[in-house]
Write a protein that binds this ligand. Structure first.
Ligand code: AMP
Length: 440
């Protein structure tokens, strides 16, 4: 189904065009016709399915259609999510899709900008996105009211339960106009009894739709896996950064400390890289994500937790510097490279520790990841801090040294019960020298 086949107000159609969406994802194809006809929808869908646009498009359409004036401190749409990262992501998506609607949008969440958010909330806000705690705080102070809400969204309801926000959520929902007087959407990765109960209590006979977790995004990605010893991983990554063509790469580490070390090393080697891990200050995290999204930062090193809700179009390569231990994380991570119909590449480095997850990952994605064995010429020399310092002061990275005469491949020693024997397979010829665009 295409967006053209839906009856949408022109400003929203333009916003969808600006976002680069043409075809609906399955959850959008299921939800949009119902939602645009005014039905309440309870949808089971994962992050990455396109669920945000599935509720934002009808939400924006409803606000444009109702024609009610927006009063200061009285938002007309309320979107609730469990985390500030999600709130920010929803805000960004709303700003993207709603950029031609003239509607005003605001996200409020804990941790930062208490006074600034408070003041913004007192002004005219059409679409308010927020986490329950901060919203209740302002509500109790009378900063804003909920009596004018025409559309309600509860996103990631399952996580709201998991994170213990359910009392807060109910507090807010009870202060909304009755459900017959608004349209409501609930999205959740699981629609078990507790989420459905919430739906029946606060929604107007919602239509339930469930979309199985998709693996479609992985199909558009070129997958490649290297078996490599832990101690060779950095050299291999540096070699790959020189060999591959890329503009923007996302590199995942399984641990915070690993991500920190890797980031330091990349910077030491002259790359412009930044880190987002769970305990990085929120302000910095948002700044770094924004820089990465805007193309001002070529390399982002991340852990899985920190990257939840990180939506960046057109990442050239996702590197699994560590193969993830949870197969779903593999799909989440690489889903970031083939966004919006673009093809991308996912390169995984399987070392003697994390290779143990490979079988589960391949079972989950339903195919074997093609393997390339790194040879010496790909393993760029690591440079010392001093050399990198000199280079940052104006030098350029040296080409990798020629391979030693015996040119041994590097491969980890087999792990008991872990690595399966794989045919030696070459997908590329010898490296043709540095092609990457960074560092410059
Ligand atoms: P979500 O599941 O809402 O987190 O969305 C996942 C990603 O898919 C986001 O980066 C969206 O920008 C993108 N997306 C959503 N709908 C579409 C679509 N119809 N076509 C292409 N990309 C989409």
């Amino acid at each position: 189904m295409t967006f053209n086949s839906l009856s949408l107000p022109e400003p929203i159609r333009k916003g969808i065009g600006a976002a680069g969406f043409t075809k609906c994802t399955p959850i959008q194809a299921a939800a949009l016709p119902l939602a645009l006809s005014g039905k309440d929808v309870a949808g089971q869908a994962q992050t990455g399915s396109g669920k945000t646009a599935a509720f934002l498009i009808p939400l924006l359409a409803r606000l444009l259609g109702s024609g009610h004036p927006t009063l200061p401190g009285a938002p007309r749409a309320l979107i609730l999510g469990p985390t500030r990262e999600l709130a920010v992501q929803i805000l960004w998506d709303a700003e993207l899709l709603g950029q031609f609607t003239g509607l005003t949008m605001l996200a409020v969440y804990g941790g930062v900008d208490y006074q600034k958010q408070r003041e913004a909330l007192q002004r005219k806000v059409d679409v308010l996105v927020g986490t329950p705690g901060r919203l209740i705080d302002y509500f109790k102070q009378g900063v804003y009211e909920l009596s004018q809400v025409e559309v309600l969204v509860v996103d990631e309801a399952d996580r709201m339960f998991d994170m213990g926000f359910i009392k807060d959520l109910r507090f807010l929902l009870r202060r909304l106009p009755p459900y017959q007087k608004r349209q409501s959407f609930l999205f959740s990765a699981t629609l078990s009894l507790k989420e459905l109960e919430l739906g029946y209590e606060f929604m107007n006979d919602p239509v339930k739709i469930a979309i199985a977790p998709e693996h479609v995004t992985v199909d558009k990605v070129e997958h490649l896996l290297f078996h490599v010893e832990k101690k060779e991983k950095l050299r291999l990554l540096l070699g790959l950064l020189r060999r591959e063509r890329w503009e923007r790469v996302l590199i995942f580490s399984n641990t915070k400390i690993g991500a920190e070390r890797l980031n330091e090393k990349l910077v030491r080697h002259g790359y412009q890289a930044e880190l987002i891990s769970g305990d990085i200050d929120q302000r910095k995290r948002l700044r770094v994500i924004a820089q990465f999204k805007e193309g001002k930062l070529p390399i982002l090193v991340a852990t899985d937790v920190a990257s939840r809700g990180l939506h960046v179009e057109a990442v050239s390569i996702v590197f699994n510097y560590d193969l993830p231990q949870d197969p779903e994380d593999y799909v989440h991570r690489i889903g970031r490279t083939a966004r919006a119909g673009a093809a991308g590449k996912a390169i995984s480095l399987a070392d003697e520790e994390y290779v143990l997850s490979l079988e589960a990952i391949e079972n989950y994605i339903g195919f074997k990841i093609p393997v390339e064995w790194p040879d010496e010429s790909l393993l760029t020399q690591e440079v010392g801090a001093e050399a990198a310092r000199v280079r940052r002061m104006g030098g350029h990275p040296k080409p990798p040294p020629p391979p030693p005469p015996s040119g041994q491949s590097s491969r980890p020693s087999p792990q008991p019960g872990g690595e399966r024997p794989r045919p030696r397979r070459r997908r590329h010829g010898p490296p043709a020298g540095p092609k990457g665009q960074h560092p410059g």
